[in-house]
Write a protein that binds this ligand. Structure first.
Ligand code: SAM
Ligand code: SF4
Length: 439
């Protein structure tokens, strides 16, 4: 129980990097109000669950966590805390949360959480689910929590309406922040030592914000503009859509040395028939063409993707197309999910594939992807690679960083390596990481 005067805030983030970014902003908003972060939910005066609605499991986890936290606090005899559900479950299921979890005090969607401090102060509104992207960004506070690498949200929402996806309904329509606003945020992070920015957006390469002259500019413009900061050594962006992978963005991977040779480009399926049913508006060939172009200009580029297996109507033949695409492209890392029917999306009403079939396909795809990841990591053993070290490891003198290809790299050093870009020699690889010696 928290008996002293300092108020404590507990924030749990579910799902994507965008939620991690939002959770940091929520913490920043409460700092001037005298709140300190705590990782102990029993000690908190304010509990915020920043939720994810992308798959059924993620949404259900929130309800079980609300129950678990309430039980834990009752058992510890903690004093009453304000309970907030933020994020995409709040946006999609505000009324359901009220019914299923009456102990929740405030419900706030991902585009209106800047209102949270005043909602709590005035105890005025229970649900805030407006889409206020522009107003939100003008009212946020930005303070770096990680001194070396920071996420920066540059674009939110989506107008693409893939038939499986809740994002257009939970995050609203596409919105791009102005260049100046983004650069001011990055300047703040630079003051505390940030050297890498990861530009975030649900469709980050559809970015079309305004520049200083009120002209609409694209992602390559923004990347080049950010790279003018001497202190920023590395730039990454995610997540991209194949239809917005322009020639100019491909060329920026060659012309801008600060843009890292790694691209997360979800395809979802290797079958044209399934891509059509998903309303992806791109074909297998278009995806392969993009990859070929990228590789012809930047042969070392590491590729990553997302896959959904068991989408309604997916046959063995369709799945085989996915497996063959993976074999043809070879990914450095990739994420795969069983299709999860989401209420309110067009695919929800379609006939669903049996769970054992979905499971078997997921398992086959995941073993292939794992094999490729291991092979990719192994190919660096005995080679030199540049790493930006950004945190301490679990063991004494251990440091962890990221290679230019986004792999985790571990090393041992008596000198503090945090914030250092070092040439390293890779001595061996594990499934998910590299072990290096400093050269
Ligand atoms: N904008 C990105 C794109 O166009 O691919 C994807 C963003 S989405 C937040 C992240 C990933 O979640 C998707 O790439 C997809 O693989 C997965 N996903 C989304 N909806 C899903 C669903 N209903 N079932 C399973 N996986 C889903
Ligand atoms: Fe969802 Fe991405 Fe499709 Fe938009 S483009 S609807 S975010 S999967």
């Amino acid at each position: 129980m928290n008996n002293n005067k300092i108020k404590k805030i507990f924030v749990k983030s579910y799902g994507c990097q965008m939620n991690v970014y939002d959770s940091d902003r929520i913490k920043n908003l409460f700092e001037p109000k005298g709140y300190q972060e705590t990782s102990d939910v029993e000690d908190a005066d304010l509990i915020v669950l920043n939720t994810c609605h992308i798959r059924e499991k993620a949404a259900e986890k929130v309800y079980s966590d609300i129950g678990r936290i309430t039980k834990k606090r009752t058992k510890a005899n903690s004093s009453k805390a304000q309970f907030v559900i933020a994020g995409c479950v709040a946006q999609a299921e505000g009324e359901e949360i009220k019914k299923r979890a009456p102990q929740v005090d405030f419900i706030v969607g991902p585009q209106s959480y800047h209102n949270l401090p005043s909602m709590i102060e005035k105890n005025e509104e229970f649900v805030s689910d407006d889409f206020l992207q522009n107003e939100k960004f003008k009212n946020l506070l930005f303070k770096s929590s990680n001194k070396i690498s920071e996420f920066v949200s540059i674009q939110e929402g989506c107008d693409k309406f893939c038939t499986f996806c809740v994002v257009p309904y939970t995050r609203g329509s596409e919105f791009s922040r102005p260049v100046n606003q983004i650069k001011l945020e990055i300047k703040k992070y630079i003051e505390s030592g940030v050297q890498e920015v990861i530009l975030l957006g649900q469709n980050v390469n559809a970015y079309h914000g305004e520049n200083e002259n009120n002209m609409s500019v694209d992602l390559p413009y923004l990347i080049n503009s950010i790279s003018e900061f001497d202190e920023i050594k590395r730039i990454r962006y995610m997540t991209s859509h194949p239809n917005d992978m322009t020639q100019s963005l491909i060329d920026t991977h060659v012309s801008n040395a600060k843009l890292m040779p790694f691209l997360h480009l979800p395809i979802q399926s290797g079958s044209d028939s399934i891509l059509k049913k998903m309303n992806r508006k791109h074909t297998r060939k278009k995806y392969i063409d993009i990859v070929e172009q990228l590789k012809s200009k930047r042969p070392d580029i590491a590729l990553s993707s997302d896959f959904i297996v068991g989408f309604p109507g997916e046959t063995d033949n369709d799945f085989d197309y996915t497996m063959r695409l993976v074999k043809e492209i070879e990914f450095s890392i990739a994420y795969s999910f069983m299709y999860s029917p989401r209420p309110g999306t067009p695919a929800f009403k379609l006939n669903q594939i049996d769970k054992p079939i979905k499971k078997a396909r997921l398992s086959a795809l995941q073993s292939l992807l794992k094999e490729q990841q291991i092979k990719f990591n192994k190919s660096f053993v005995g080679k030199n690679i540049e790493v930006l070290f950004d945190r301490k490891g679990r063991y004494e003198n251990q440091f962890i960083g990221r290679s230019i290809y986004n792999q985790s790299v571990f090393t041992n050093s008596k000198k503090n390596l945090i914030g250092k870009i070092m040439q390293t020699h890779i001595s061996h690889s594990t499934d998910f990481a590299l072990q290096a010696e400093i050269i």
